[in-house]
Design a binder for this molecule. Structure first.
Ligand code: FAD
Length: 298
């Protein structure tokens, strides 16, 4: 089932999960244990990220295929333009297609560590919209395609207006949905969606949420992607200090409140960056279930 089919129906809102391919065999074993726990929480589909060069890349398809064929849950492979020529991308896309995966999250990717600017590989692509257009040209409607959206604008963007214009280009190139970068202030998401709609973007825009598990982790991730932490949340995390279990309590409370507000506002779904863990997601979804039931009934 492709992305569009989820969001065109009347069965939403859809909960989806994102996992990443682990670097070590031990972490891969741990993910294999966590996957059935995540699947038991009833997401509509799961996506698997694509590493910045290196060995984890092959695991993206391996994990997506495991989710699809062993657990009979729809999955998507993320794919970036980093380090791949068009022929390389075709090789990967052909393998994804052969394995029966029907959805791709198409991205430019970040510059490799130590480099500040993205340099397109020889005979490769410079931007997400080019990858989307390539997939549509070569594979027609065989894949559902998601692209990335940035409620607080992309880090490299000089201003919000140009970022929104390029976002629209990506959708117009043939994307079915957009999934957003993580954010902690719903006002940023609402204003991003409003501005995108004003530009003529009609496709579903799915908010991406990262439940906080530790103060250190959220500091690292937000510094990489540029998302800001609202002052009240920041103060609560500072009070938790290095006590991860206390920070996780703050994170779960905050995530439930943020997700409930988005759902009540009518979002088509929520994409959770689950960080290959399940216990926090079990608690978050237990608290969101009444909200989801209420919305699905109306
Ligand atoms: P683009 O859409 O190409 O945008 C990148 C920058 O270029 C933006 O500033 C944009 O405004 C600008 N731009 C776009 N088009 C043009 C143009 N024609 N001319 C000039 N400027 C332009 N990274 C990974 O490595 N692996 C993953 O699996 C992964 N998954 C992600 C999933 C989601 C939902 C999100 C939100 C991000 C993910 N990322 C992943 C991170 C992503 O690769 C980075 O944010 C990357 O820097 C931008 O990718 P993009 O596809 O949004 O790029």
């Amino acid at each position: 089932m492709r992305f569009a089919e989820f969001y065109n129906g009347s069965t939403g809102p859809h909960i989806s999960f994102e996992v990443f391919p682990p670097k070590t065999d031990a972490a891969m074993e741990s993910l294999r244990r966590v996957l059935p726990e995540l699947i038991a929480l009833g997401p509509s589909y799961m996506t698997v990220t694509y590493g910045a060069l290196g060995s984890t890349r092959e695991r993206t398809l391996e994990i997506a295929a495991l989710i699809k064929h062993e657990y009979h849950m729809e999955s998507a492979c993320h794919l970036t333009c980093v380090g791949s020529s068009r022929a390389d991308l075709d090789g990967i896309l052909d393998a994804i297609r052969r394995s029966g995966i029907e959805n791709i999250v198409a991205l430019r990717g970040d510059p490799p560590r130590g480099e500040t600017a993205f340099v397109p590989p020889p005979d490769g692509y410079s931007h997400g919209n080019e990858l989307v257009a390539h997939i549509r040209r070569r594979y027609g409607a065989a894949f559902g395609i998601a692209v990335a959206g940035y409620p607080e604008k992309h880090l490299e963007s000089p201003d919000r207006e140009s970022d929104l214009r390029y976002f629209k280009n990506k959708i117009d190139a043939g994307a079915d949905i957009a999934i957003t970068q993580l954010f902690y202030d719903n006002a940023d998401f609402f204003s991003f969606v409003e501005a995108a709609r004003a530009l003529g973007v009609t496709k579903p825009i799915i908010p991406g949420l990262l439940p906080i598990l530790s103060a250190k982790q959220v500091r690292r991730i937000t510094s990489l992607c540029g998302s800001k932490i609202p002052p009240t949340l920041q103060a609560e995390l500072e009070a938790a200090g290095d006590d991860d279990s206390r920070a996780e309590e703050v994170g779960i409370r905050q995530c439930v409140a943020q997700a409930a507000e988005l759902l009540r506002h009518g979002v088509p779904g929520i994409h959770f960056y689950v960080l290959n863990k399940s216990s926090h997601m079990r608690r978050i979804l237990a608290q969101l279930r009444p909200v989801l039931a209420e919305i699905r009934q109306n």
